[in-house]
Design a binder for this molecule. Structure first.
Ligand code: ZN
Length: 379
């Protein structure tokens, strides 16, 4: 039995022991899990859920054989979403993202990280982060804001990427910090995006302004992102599809969390997944996320990410569950507040129909209810 007051867990233990520990208030709401399994609310540590427009035609093209690089060369990809997002108002961004957060909640997510990165000008990045702040205040889910001004090099800086890096470090980061709009600074370290040296400079500039580092690393190739993560003291290195044994040892030694996003591998048809077993067996803490985004993150579902973790990355159900809850909370520096059902933490939980293994029956109605801060938000 789990008991909570004002959204905070005050008791976890056998029902028979409850009366010895506390008095149940007369107006208390009782929820009977009726043979189901109660697990912590899912924490999604990597999303790009605030954006305008969609790229559904690109998905069709990808299914017909086009590669990520071909789509980008034809004006698609991130820059297409950047163009749509620059035209969108803050109100529009809040409205469209709120509906996406509802979908995530229906899949059991109760806390999520959200990145900027579809503005790529100071004004547009600030607009995205203000939208994230409004969503955090107005939506039942708790949002953790990340500044990702270095998501892609915008068209107007293609001939001079260093000038864009200077804009990110010299203007965007100070402006974001001045309004306290982000907790984390992220960078897309990849061939064609930001080099390891540029990535490190951006994360260090963020750190100087109080933004903690995390990084997109080694997703489409061996970008050297894991080295930057280690050097910058990043809390997490995300994707890691191309990390090797040397990288795994370095990440373990530096205490960097690997945030794995198997749905991105699937929807991008990369033909491979991050080496989860190597990472776990080397001692790297592994978390799971959805990577919701308009280009390749088509599933809002943490249970679907868990399914891929189990059946494409050889993780056990228990490893996947911990990766989707406590480790994901730690990846966001929220392990003191969410990620497990413990006294003092938020009353965030998912009631699963029957055994927890039902979570990996993709498409089945495995979730009976979702509870956030002690309130039933999905039933
Ligand atoms: Zn991402």
């Amino acid at each position: 039995m789990v008991a909570a007051r004002d959204g905070q867990i005050v008791f976890v233990g056998p029902a028979a022991a409850l009366d010895a520990h506390l008095t149940v208030l007369p107006g208390a709401v009782r929820i009977d899990a009726r043979g189901g399994t109660v697990v912590p609310g899912f924490v999604d540590p990597h999303t790009h859920v605030v954006y305008a427009g969609d790229r559904l035609q690109e998905v069709r093209r990808r299914l017909a054989g086009a590669t990520y690089a071909e789509i980008a060369a034809a004006g698609g990809g991130i820059l297409r979403t950047v163009a749509d997002t620059r035209r969108a108002s803050e109100d529009d961004l809040v409205t469209t993202a709120s509906a996406r957060l509802d979908e995530m909640a229906a899949c059991g997510t109760t806390t999520c990280e959200v990145k900027s990165g579809y503005g790529l000008t100071t004004d547009a990045e600030l607009r995205l982060l203000r939208a994230i702040r409004r969503l955090d205040a107005g939506h039942p889910l708790d949002l953790v804001p990340t500044f990702l001004g270095a998501h892609e090099i915008p068209k107007e800086f293609r001939s001079n990427p260093e000038a864009f890096v200077a804009l990110v470090t010299g203007e965007m980061i100070p402006a974001v910090a001045a309004e306290s709009l982000a907790e984390w600074c992220d960078v897309f370290c990849e061939s064609g995006a930001f080099t390891p040296a540029q990535s490190l400079a951006i994360l260090e500039a963020g750190r100087r302004h109080g933004l903690k580092p995390r990084i997109h690393a080694d997703e489409l190739g061996a970008s050297g992102g894991w080295r930057v993560a280690v050097e910058a003291g990043a809390r997490s290195a995300d994707h890691l599809v191309f990390v090797d044994a040397e990288g795994a040892r370095a990440l373990a030694g530096a205490g960097v969390c690997a945030v794995l996003l198997p749905a991105a591998s699937l929807y991008l048809k990369l033909g491979r997944y991050a080496p989860a077993r190597l990472l776990i067996d080397t001692g790297v803490p592994v978390a799971l996320g959805t990577d919701i985004n308009p280009g390749a993150g088509f599933s809002p579902s943490m249970p679907f990410a868990m399914t891929l973790a189990c059946f494409a990355m050889d993780m056990t159900l228990e490893e996947a569950l911990i990766a989707a809850t406590l480790n994901a909370a730690w990846a966001l520096d929220r392990a003191d507040a969410v990620g497990s059902l413990e006294r003092g933490k938020r009353m965030d939980a998912v009631i699963v129909e029957g055994d927890a293994i039902n979570l990996v029956r993709a498409g089945a109605r495995a979730i009976r209810a979702v509870i956030k801060n002690g309130k039933v938000i999905v039933q």
